[in-house]
Write a protein that binds this ligand. Structure first.
Ligand SMILES: [Cu+2]
Length: 305
């Protein structure tokens, strides 16, 4: 008996220690910037859209938590209040078809879904609104397994610079410093950018996690992203669509630099742009496909050799 009591006390003590620990953790982390942005990468200022996107995310979680607490509370209350008592006999009173209750159970979730949809739609419409007068257009080609960045930048004096960077695949062989060899996308700070997203072969997806936006790159189609970087610094970029064997090595760096440095970087790059002529999609570029077929020695239509 004594041993049992001791064990019980130990369990209780462990439980209360756990509860104190959890509460302390919540209180201590409650005010940190990380929690405030719902563990999202970047900050509210990384691009002109980050604040809105973060708010949508965090507020959705707060709403979900409130609904969760209500539902769990109601469940636990029912389990306790209507538990089987010592002298209960047989089944409890059986009920069915409570129309008001069932109407409520249908109406409330529909209302919640539409509310969530309403807020999502509002943010999405705002974030995806085309910006017609971006001085900078970056046409990005995803390709197995790297990136081509084409820049067309209209300077304040009206002069347009066209330049490109054609990336080669990263070699992740475990040696240090590979990150520095990745293709770099340069962006000027505080300048609105229009991204035209294309693919040279299969479906890819353009993703800079800290910018909180990601968009598919579909062969034969151009997708668009509009944003303004607002914080100088380095960011990671990657492909977010499984696109083949070396998908995981389809990485790039993003450097947000001031306007003067940006122009300098453009001047160091190859002039002009690399377009569809390097694409591999047989529907969009029959010549490119022909070259590829010769390279791979795969006769069209299953030749007889
Ligand atoms: Cu890819």
């Amino acid at each position: 008996m004594r041993a049992q009591n001791d064990a019980g006390r130990r369990t209780r003590r462990r439980w209360s220690a756990g509860a104190v620990g959890t509460t302390a953790l919540l209180v201590l982390t409650g005010c940190s910037a990380e929690v405030q942005r719902g563990w999202y990468p970047g900050t509210r200022e990384t691009t002109n859209h980050n604040a809105q996107l973060t708010d949508l995310w965090v507020n959705s979680w707060i709403a979900a938590m409130a609904v969760g607490l209500l539902a769990w509370g109601a469940m636990i209350w029912c389990m306790v209040a209507y538990r089987r008592r010592k002298n209960d006999q047989g089944f409890p009173k059986q009920t069915a078809y409570n129309v008001p209750l069932e109407t409520m159970f249908t109406a409330i979730p529909i209302l919640m879904v539409f509310t969530l949809w309403g807020f999502t739609d509002r943010v999405q419409t705002e974030v995806d609104r085309p910006v017609d007068d971006s001085p900078l257009t970056v046409t990005v080609y995803g390709k197995q397994w790297s990136w081509d960045f084409n820049y067309s930048y209209e300077q304040e004096n009206g002069e347009v610079i066209e330049a490109h960077y054609s990336g080669i695949q990263a070699q992740l062989d475990g040696t240090e410093g590979v990150r520095d060899t990745l293709p770099v996308l340069y962006l000027p700070n505080d300048v609105p950018v229009h991204f035209e997203l294309k693919s040279r072969d299969v479906a890819h997806s353009f993703w800079i996690p800290q910018f909180l936006q990601k968009r598919d790159m579909v062969p034969g189609k151009t997708n668009h992203l509009y944003l303004t970087p607002q914080e100088l610094g380095s960011y990671d970029g990657k492909c977010a669509e499984l696109c083949g064997e070396f998908h995981s090595e389809m990485l790039f760096n993003v450097e947000v630099v001031d306007e003067t440095e940006f122009v300098q970087r453009l001047e160091e790059m190859e002039p002009g742009q690399v377009g569809e002529e390097y694409s591999r999609n047989p529907n969009n570029n029959p010549d490119g496909a022909g070259t590829m077929e010769r390279d791979l020695q795969t006769p069209r239509g299953g030749g007889s050799h």
